[in-house]
Design a protein. Sequence first.
Length: 250
Amino acid sequence: MKKHALLFSAIATVALFSSAAFAAKSANVCQAKTYEMGLRYQQQSAEIAALQLQTYHFAQQRLAEILRHKKDHHKLAVVMDLDETILDNTALLVRDMQNCHDYTHWDTWSDWEVKGHPRLIPGAKAFIEYANRRGVNIFYVSDRYKKNKKYTMHTLKELGLPQVKDDHVLLYSTSKQQRREHIRKHYHIIMLMGDSLPDLSAIFKNKKGTHYNRELVEKNRKHFGRDWIVLPNAAYGAWTKAKLRAWHEQ
């Protein structure tokens, strides 16, 4: 009986340690991998390229329509976000994800601004060049680090974008709304473009959750496609923490 008891004890001990090891392994599963599907869509899908081209094609049509009713284009301005609106930064995000690093901590972003080589979002350059030819002021308003401004400006110039001047590249210091208001002191903003709603208006800069912001979108529907243009971004955003709803068959 003693032998059987010892054998049972040994088996139980092995099972206990195996369960603990499995639990520890499960706890150490790379959480950053949850971003993979969104990154695949954002970086590799033909659909995202089509949506980006479609958005910029429509934005150019809308801009042309606005300009037909304006005389002095030199007092008009288009305000554009940079990241995932003009610049494709997914190479950094994929590298971090593959290294099991949560890129939404943004601790690798400054180094990317200095050393990275983002690509242009499809359609962005053609739209910006069109606005530039028509004499419209282009302001790049981004929450990239102000300390890295010379590197961001170098990146934009290297990509051949126009109006990359110190007073037209407004990086993180005050809020985006304050920077937009600064522009409005001298220019009439006729269009805002970005991949997140706070790029368009301060009303979306809140901690109310996606349901509240979806209601705000509905209340401000007249702006979308007219003076507010949104680019798709499946890689990051406040929506990533929203709860999903499932179908429960009755």
